[in-house]
Write a protein that binds this ligand. Sequence first.
Ligand SMILES: Nc1ncnc2c1ncn2[C@@H]1O[C@H](COP(=O)(O)OP(=O)(O)OP(=O)(O)O)[C@@H](O)[C@H]1O
Ligand SMILES: [Mg+2]
Length: 339
Amino acid sequence: MAHPRFLTITPNPAVDTTYLIDRLTLGAINRVDQALPVAGGKGNNVARILAALGQTPTATGFTGGHTGTFIERGLKSAGVVPSFVSVPGASRVCLTIVEQETGRITEVREPGQPVTAEDAERLLGHVRNLARETDVAVISGSLPPGLPSDFVTELVSLLKSHNVFVALDTSGEALRGGLRGQPDLIKPNRDEIRDLIGPFADRDELVVRVQERLFGELLSPTAAVLVSLGADGALLIEPNRAIVAKPPSVDSVNSVGSGDALLAGFLDARGQGCDLPQVLARAVATGTAAALDEAVGVVNGDDIERIYAEVIVETIPAIPTMFVRQVCQPQPAQRCHAR
Ligand SMILES: Nc1ncnc2c1ncn2[C@@H]1O[C@H](COP(=O)(O)OP(=O)(O)OP(=O)(O)O)[C@@H](O)[C@H]1O
Ligand SMILES: [Mg+2]
């Protein structure tokens, strides 16, 4: 699968605007130093980053109004093929306020305009057509008001019935809904995985819990769970093994959207025949590179390569209760530079 055909599905897109500001003062007028709007919503972030990595993904979901037009134009100029279903309400705007004095980040998120059952049917019909030309689909982000979690179940099932590899990155009820459709990969962060499996004391307990509680019951034995751990990198958990990749320490500027970059990096490297530890290393390098850019979900290729050379990968063999670790830090010569 040298050039997998990617489809991203963003039910609730947004113009994601980052405001760079010295210091945010509540109850006062705040002057913005720089406004950095991007065509966002989590699936659209994944699409933009896949395009930055050299892929030509198609992006779908609902768009409306002048903000919807901005999103479609922004995606197109980033190398993504927009193919959205039009709805009457304008697409939402989400703000990420980065205070440059302290690095503190404040997010302000609109819920999005409601969509109807008829809109949902139109999107399902559209995805049914697109599925015929798709190898890998990514369903990401929240649902707009009016869409039940069963919609995600239907979306996943529909794509699976066309033999599409389905990656799911959402939370709460939407994630539970999606799991009922048996996706191939889910990408929870710490909070999202805790919501699914309950509290865990450390990484080893997290691995065992996921293996015991998710596989066989909620996920098929051929699926995988990609848990993102912020500055600690990411864990890829399969029924019989787990791999962890840790990035070097960096000065993170804006980590909003870096989970989307992690997922894009994972799917891009997976499609290029890298072995799984290398796929995870490239994924983490892409996620960490996104944390270095001020705008949401934007990556620089040189940052990715520089970080990739320093990612440490560790395989945890499946011996529940008595983990034996085998440190396998790949040497530069063994690294996967498929492109
Ligand atoms: N402070 C940081 N330093 C280095 N890398 C980071 C940092 N924060 C995030 N990352 C990178 O980004 C990846 C995803 O991070 P995180 O777990 O925060 O995702 P997330 O919560 O799903 O983010 P979002 O949903 O906003 O995209 C990590 O695996 C890591 O590679
Ligand atoms: Mg996330």
